[in-house]
Write a protein that binds this ligand. Structure first.
Ligand code: NAD
Length: 379
């Protein structure tokens, strides 16, 4: 099949961005939402973004106009999917809602239409099995904002056919993104499995060592070569997203994450991060604002527990056949912005030191910290 016509279901934060990215690559896009006002807002944002690219001379105004003209906003679902070859679903992360949307979609869309879900944490196989076409169902996880983020995780469900995996990989390449295949439908896929648990570990480090947010973040940035501190990244992502991902991942697998109560508390108190003006840090307005971190502050914290946590989850992905080291490094670089490969940092610290750290943490705090067999074998 040569893909040409794609329907994007949901025009929110991710949906309008994905529509823009795919239209830029030449696809004919139908953008569907439940109310015209949502679509109007989304089309306005797309226009603003394309005009900005034109004003910066990244594309010509003519190109901007023709990309925009390839996106057709439609509310009526039947009309929206009548020519679709692939539907990318980008509706809110609520399992019951997704299932309802797929039940309706499945009864309307032609039998050969591919269903691709942008879910961050929900199980692909479970959603796929509610449709009549699990072999044509796949996870396609873009990152926020889709216009800028290079990475897309592709997650086949248990029954997804090789043909659909290949088609999706080709599609991702054609929209100028880098695909990383998460071979198994595991909680958190690759990037969230690495990132979300670290937020909780950082909270435990704060409790256990008494270090400040800035000291821990400085160590993450300057010693581990992250683009920003872990608390900063959490505030940027939003405590609503982190809390939801935590609940989903922990429900499916107790080994992936040891939830620290702070995250749920902050979510309950609506301390959502930059978007609400307060998260781990306080922000004077909702503009992107950097916290002051320094080499000097970094010296106060040994971030080995964080490295041990992320490495243990990375090793779990390899041991359980969901990924391999090369793909994990690609995902960490493009999805988390890591400047240095994870396993390189680990080797500098010493894999034996990391295994020792995990064993000590396991002794004090329980089984969760037990080192993965891959790390033990790499010593
Ligand atoms: N926001 C992120 O950072 C991010 C990153 C990666 C993946 N995701 C995933 O993308 C999905 C969407 O997230 P979002 O942040 O864009 O949400 P959002 O709330 O910004 O947008 C969702 C849109 O879907 C619409 N919608 C609801 N029911 C619909 C239906 N039946 N048909 C069509 N549209 C419908 C809503 O009106 C809304 O406009 C979720 O699965 C989320 O986990 C989000």
């Amino acid at each position: 099949m040569t893909l040409k016509n794609i329907t994007v279901l949901g025009s929110g934060i991710m949906g309008h961005g994905i529509a823009q990215v795919a239209a830029t690559a030449g696809y004919n896009i139908v953008l569907r939402d439940i109310e015209q006002q949502f679509l109007d807002k989304a089309m306005e944002k797309i226009k603003w973004s394309l005009d900005k690219l034109a004003s910066k001379e990244k594309i010509s105004q003519q190109e901007a106009d023709s990309i925009y003209s390839r996106i057709t906003p439609i509310v009526d679902l039947k009309e929206a999917v009548k020519d679709a070859q692939m539907v990318i679903e980008v509706v809110p992360e609520i399992m019951d809602l997704k299932k309802k949307v797929y039940a309706e979609l499945d009864s309307i869309a032609a039998k050969d239409v591919v269903f691709a879900s942008n879910t961050s944490t929900l199980p692909i196989t479970e959603i796929a099995n509610t449709t009549s076409r699990p072999e044509k169902f796949i996870g396609i996880h873009f990152f926020n904002p889709p216009q800028l983020m290079k990475l897309v995780e592709i997650i086949p469900g248990e029954k997804t056919s090789q043909e659909i995996i290949d088609l999706t990989q080709e599609f991702v390449k054609s929209v100028n993104k880098t695909a990383v295949l998460c071979r198994k439908d595991v909680p958190g896929f690759i990037v969230n499995r690495l990132f979300i648990p670290m937020v909780h570990e950082a909270c435990y480090i704060k409790d256990r060592t008494g270090a400040s947010l800035e000291e821990i973040d400085s160590a993450v940035k300057f010693k581990l070569d992250f683009p920003m501190g872990i608390f900063e990244l959490a505030d940027f992502t939003g405590m609503d997203v982190i809390h939801k991902a935590t609940v989903e991942m922990h429900m499916r697998d107790k080994k992936v994450i040891l939830p620290h109560p702070t995250v749920e508390k902050m979510f309950d108190e609506k301390k959502l991060g930059q978007k609400s003006g307060e998260g781990f840090y306080k922000y004077s307005d909702d503009k992107y604002e950097r916290v002051t971190l320094s080499q000097e502050l970094a010296e106060k914290v040994n971030p080995i527990q964080l490295v041990a946590n992320i490495l243990n989850n990375a090793a779990w992905l390899v041991t359980n056949g969901a990924s391999d080291i090369e793909e994990i490094e690609k995902a960490a670089q493009l999805g988390l912005g890591l400047k240095k490969p994870l396993f390189e940092t680990a080797k500098e610290i010493g894999i034996s030191n990391i295994v020792n750290e995990l064993n000590q943490l396991a002794e004090k705090n329980g089984e969760f910290y037990k080192p993965d067999p891959l790390l033990i074998s790499m010593q």
